[in-house]
Design a protein around this ligand. Structure first.
Ligand code: DP6
Length: 353
């Protein structure tokens, strides 16, 4: 009888505060700039994945939220399988008693507890959980940074979801991608007052995927070169420092500037890419007003490749931020029926890795 071997794990969503937007190598998935993110609590947003393998399995398969996916053409997913099997071969070579799992087909079952592909970073949590689950199944000795290089090939932002807290994806300079990896800037305990609120403006699938959209920008936007050469490198250093110093005003200003810069290069692309809608823009105005009335920067908005807003704030300012935000957005046409303020999502993430 052929036994089935399994490992299950969860991976959290991360929301970039300094955006990854552009690839310099589409095969290895190498970015045009370094990026920074905050990992959200797994209680609210996470992917749960079980990886199994057995001599009796006849093909690699993936079930995503209950549906079987066709993965035969998914070069990036297949690259992850290939690299993980290669590492497993190392385990098998070092220990003659180790099962030849690298020869067995894989079955992956993955579930998100949030809308897939609606700009809520589903690919990040999904690919991170997939890589971590297979690595656990294979009992790989590699650390999270090493595994991040594999997750990166599945989906760029996924490399950051292998860590909790505040995470940098260092773009690296090596053509083979060996130094393009995620590292933790600080654990969640470093800044436990940080909170994130997600405004689910729309749970629909986005029109332009990140993968396609960013290459349109790379190929057509004149503003893009300015962003990656003259803006992001300094911002990367300043944002890291603001996190290490727990300087919320500075962190928030940089976060909002970078969201605006990212959406500006999207608009500057041909054809232009629009991810935000009227409700997104109302959220920006509401945050501006909240900061103006507070006389200091107490809230920061950021938007990924979709209309949903993520608002960062400190716990002590929850009332000052969430009350007026809700009130301002309720007066927007369509808001009341189409959306809701999700309960605050504390970024208290217990690092398991
Ligand atoms: C706007 O990681 O989804 O969320 O590498 O092609 O899978 P691929 O792209 P993906 O892009 C994320 C873009 C972003 C910014 C970010 O998370 O840094």
């Amino acid at each position: 009888m052929n036994k089935i071997y399994s490992a299950s794990t969860t991976a959290p969503v991360n929301i970039a505060t300094l955006k990854y937007w552009g690839k310099r190598d589409t095969t290895l998935n190498l970015p045009t700039n370094s990026s920074i993110s905050v990992t959200l609590s797994q209680d609210d947003l996470r992917t749960l994945t079980t990886a199994s393998c057995s001599k009796s399995f006849t093909e690699d398969t993936l079930w995503l939220n209950g549906s079987k996916e066709d993965i035969t053409g998914s070069k990036r997913l297949l690259a992850c399988f290939r690299e993980l099997r290669e590492l497993r071969r190392g385990v098998e070579a070092a220990d003659s008693a180790a099962l030849p799992m690298s020869e067995f087909k894989l079955h992956l079952v993955s579930e998100n507890n949030f809308p897939t592909a609606a700009g809520l970073a589903s690919s990040a949590a999904g690919l991170a959980a997939l890589v971590r689950a297979i690595a656990d199944l294979y009992e790989l000795p590699q650390d999270a940074t090493e595994l991040s290089k594999i997750a990166r090939q599945g989906s760029g932002s996924a490399c950051r979801s292998l860590f909790g807290g505040y995470v940098a994806w260092e773009m690296g300079s090596s053509p083979d991608g060996s130094d393009s990896k995620a590292v933790q800037i600080a654990p969640v305990e470093h800044w436990p007052e940080m909170r994130a609120c997600i405004l689910v403006v729309s749970a629909d699938k986005k029109d332009t995927s990140s993968t396609a959209g960013m290459q349109v920008t790379v190929n057509t936007s004149p503003l893009f070169a300015h962003r990656i050469n003259n803006v992001v490198p300094q911002r990367f250093e300043l944002m890291k420092k603001s996190i290490l110093d727990r300087d919320f005003a500075q962190f928030a200003q940089l976060t909002m500037q970078d969201s605006n810069s990212f959406h500006a290069v999207c608009l500057d692309s041909t054809p232009p890419i629009f991810y935000m809608n009227d409700i997104s823009r109302a959220a920006i105005r509401a945050v501006d007003e909240i900061n103006r009335l507070a006389g200091q920067t107490v809230a920061a908005y950021t938007f990924d490749a979709g209309p949903n807003a993520v608002i960062y704030y400190l716990k002590e300012n929850a009332q000052v931020v969430l009350g007026p935000l809700k009130a301002a957005l309720k007066s927007q046409d369509g808001w009341a029926s189409a959306s809701a303020i999700k309960p605050e999502v504390p970024t208290s993430f217990e690092s398991r890795w």
